[in-house]
Design a protein around this ligand. Structure first.
Ligand SMILES: [Zn+2]
Length: 251
């Protein structure tokens, strides 16, 4: 039975992931997420059912548009697969607790923001706000212990990022600052601090690899959002273990 439910969560996840790609790509352009129907951005060919099966279509079509042969970015099937895997993982991690709702909302928001940030270097308010409200409500239903740790986490996350933005004079985007408010709500104070630490670490590694790849050393800005998303999920699922190991090391 567990296997059947897991399969169900996976299929749900990749289907939602496919929708999250559309949302992440269209919302920053102020386009409707319903119309026009999905089409190839190069030749405008309308996508049919064969093109729209999450993950499988990409593999089946070998990553190319059936109309014009233009390559389709591997980001989309990767995001679908990732959403599927994270949905299953959340179910196996929490079971049928209210926290599962927090997890699914949090993952959904982070996936959409990653698509937006990778594509446009933008974390849109139109995503942060509705998800922020939904996550706040889910956090009231499934509170942290103590409950006020959510509020403190939100204040600390927002305040700290704002401070970094002021000190670094625009080195941190407004979207990143607001994102940390939502992260604070979900994770509480300690794990929010851990997220910031891990995100900086991941960001530094990604930046290093990226700089080495573009040999001329051109300063192309690398979006910070995806690093924050990965860090937040590590802190969410494994934060207390990580903090536990660290304090064991010190004692
Ligand atoms: Zn095409």
């Amino acid at each position: 039975m567990e296997l059947v439910i897991s399969m169900f969560f996976f299929l749900y996840g990749i289907t939602f992931g496919s929708f999250f790609n559309v949302v992440g790509l269209r919302v920053p352009l102020k386009e409707s997420i319903v119309t026009p129907p999905s089409h190839c951005t190069t030749c405008d060919r309308r996508l049919t059912l064969v093109d729209l099966v999450p993950v499988f279509s990409y593999v089946f079509l070998k990553g190319k548009c059936r109309g014009c042969g233009e390559r389709i970015s591997a980001i989309y099937p990767l995001m679908e697969l990732l959403t599927g895997l994270l949905f299953v993982f959340s179910y196996l991690h929490f079971g049928w607790q209210w926290e599962l709702l927090v997890a699914l909302l949090f993952i959904s928001m982070l996936i959409i923001l990653t698509v937006s940030d990778l594509t446009y270097m933008l974390i849109p308010n139109k995503i942060l706000l509705p998800f922020g409200v939904a996550i706040f409500i889910a956090r009231v239903v499934s509170p942290l212990t103590p409950w006020w740790d959510s509020l403190l986490g939100a204040i600390v996350g927002f305040g700290l990022l704002l401070l970094i933005a002021i000190v670094s004079k625009g080195g941190m985007g407004g979207g990143d600052i607001k994102l940390f408010l939502v992260i604070g709500l979900v994770l509480g104070t300690l794990q929010t601090l851990l997220t910031l630490f891990l995100a900086s670490l991941i960001g530094a590694i990604v930046g290093f690899i990226f700089l080495r790849k573009t040999k001329q050393g051109r300063k192309t800005p690398v979006p910070f959002g995806p690093s924050i998303a990965v860090a937040a999920l590590i802190a969410y699922f494994y934060g207390s273990q990580l903090v536990g190991w660290y304090t064991d090391l010190l004692s």
